[in-house]
Design a protein around this ligand. Structure first.
Ligand SMILES: Cc1cc2nc3c(=O)[nH]c(=O)nc-3n(C[C@H](O)[C@H](O)[C@H](O)COP(=O)(O)OP(=O)(O)OC[C@H]3O[C@@H](n4cnc5c(N)ncnc54)[C@H](O)[C@@H]3O)c2cc1C
Length: 380
């Protein structure tokens, strides 16, 4: 049986980034992936600058387009709000190429990749035996980076405490005139979907168009119908090629810890996507790196690595997703109130959000106080 210090299950941004970080330390590491790489991943492929600047190497070979400005639309009554920065606010990638690039970099530093190996069970002990469709693998540590469905978290005993939201992603080719018209802007359409938003992310030769319900709601929302309506908003009447994919995004972190039985949850398996915009790549990269660093700093001591990882999450990602979760609740559930505020302060809010995308600020602690101050100023 092949044996490693660390087995990383999943080769998305969380797993691949953890592997790259571990590869610099000489700790023996394997990535176990059920698909054959490069594999399609349902995603808008919008890598915001806060994620881009975490990348430890140049990724320009897989960037399809860069946007230094983004457009945000609310209801028809509001004018479009544009924010601009000198660095790319969002770099568009196709996830098969992006994820595979990180894996290749880790491999060239000595990480083993076992693809087409689906993990089906784990026998826990001092050393874990990971049972895959292609045989068993032994490892002391497991980094679970197996995405939103996270079979590994289930196998290791976690209950479901994340909030999973539904999203649809369409990769579409449109006539040249429409592509020309739409490919110069990355846009968010907040009021195109109740309790969520729609996006149009241009790639080199096609558009990635998506719709997502971002907060939990009891209302039935037919995303396919809203997608069809959104095409009308974009003025698309003819589609040359269309590939649609549906998936979920976890937008609230687990409440029953992130480490147990030598398994460290990262990325979507931990529920670390940003709850306000469901942007998950940045925190996947960061949590993968933090899990790897905790194992390295602990000198392969489980207790130390475990407490280091929790500590690192608590001082970086968790406070942010918690604040963003509260903000998301108000933003999506109180649409009328939100749009009244945004009519006056839309540019201010969009600039603040852009600063967050750039990794130049964190979510405010006291935004409710600030909003009520602004309302008082507006009224009196
Ligand atoms: C429609 C949609 C649009 C999105 N758009 C954006 C966006 O524009 N920008 C953004 O930042 N985020 C976006 N996200 C969120 C983002 O895609 C995720 O947050 C991110 O991919 C999580 O990365 P990860 O590494 O945790 O998991 P993943 O990228 O999901 O990778 C998990 C890997 O684990 C493998 N795996 C699973 N089970 C097993 C098993 N049993 N054995 C072995 N391997 C296994 C999978 O094959 C996969 O390769 C979007 C999500 C959706 C659904």
């Amino acid at each position: 049986m092949k044996s490693f210090d660390v087995a990383i299950i999943g080769s998305g941004p969380a797993g691949a980034s953890a592997a790259f970080e571990l590869s610099k330390s000489g700790i023996s590491t394997v990535i176990i992936e059920k698909e054959i790489l490069p594999r399609y991943k349902t995603c808008g492929g919008g890598l915001v600058f806060r994620g881009l600047k975490m990348m430890p190497f140049d990724i320009s070979s897989v960037v399809e387009k860069e946007f230094y400005a983004i457009d945000t639309y609310f209801s028809k009554k509001h004018p479009c709000i544009t924010t601009r920065r000198e660095k790319p606010i969002v770099s568009m990638v196709m996830r098969d190429a992006f994820d595979n690039l990180i894996v290749e970099k880790a491999k060239s530093n000595g990480v083993t990749l076992l693809q087409n190996h689906k993990v089906v069970d784990i026998t826990f002990g001092d050393i874990q035996t990971i049972h895959t469709t292609e045989g068993d693998i032994a490892a002391k540590f497991i980094i679970a980076a197996d995405g939103a469905l996270s079979p590994i978290a289930k196998i290791a005993g976690w209950k479901e405490t994340r909030t999973l939201i539904p999203a649809l992603e369409y990769e579409i080719e449109v006539p040249a005139a429409d592509f020309e018209r739409l490919s110069n802007d990355a846009r968010f359409d907040i009021d195109a979907i109740p309790y969520g938003y729609a996006w149009c992310f241009p790639k080199k030769n096609h558009l990635s168009i998506g719709v997502a319900v971002v907060v939990k709601t009891n209302k039935k929302i037919n995303l396919k119908e809203y997608y069809a309506e959104y095409l009308k908003i974009l003025g698309i009447t003819e589609i040359l090629k269309e590939e649609g994919h549906g998936f979920v995004i976890p937008v609230a972190p687990r409440t029953d810890t992130f480490v147990q039985k030598n398994v460290f949850l990262t990325g979507d398996s931990a529920g670390l996507a940003d709850p306000l915009v469901a942007e998950g790549i940045s925190n996947s990269i960061l949590s993968g790196v933090l899990a790897a660093q905790s194992i390295i700093e602990s000198n392969l001591d489980y207790e130390k690595a475990s407490s280091l990882y929790i500590e690192k999450l608590e001082t970086t990602i968790l406070p942010e997703v918690q604040k963003a979760g509260v903000l998301a609740h108000h933003f999506y559930n109180k649409k009328t109130f939100r749009n009244i505020i945004l009519k006056k302060y839309g540019q201010y809010a969009a600039e603040a959000m852009t600063d967050l995308f750039m990794g130049e600020r964190s979510y405010p602690d006291d935004y409710l106080k600030r909003i009520s101050k602004k309302i008082k100023e507006a009224i009196f």
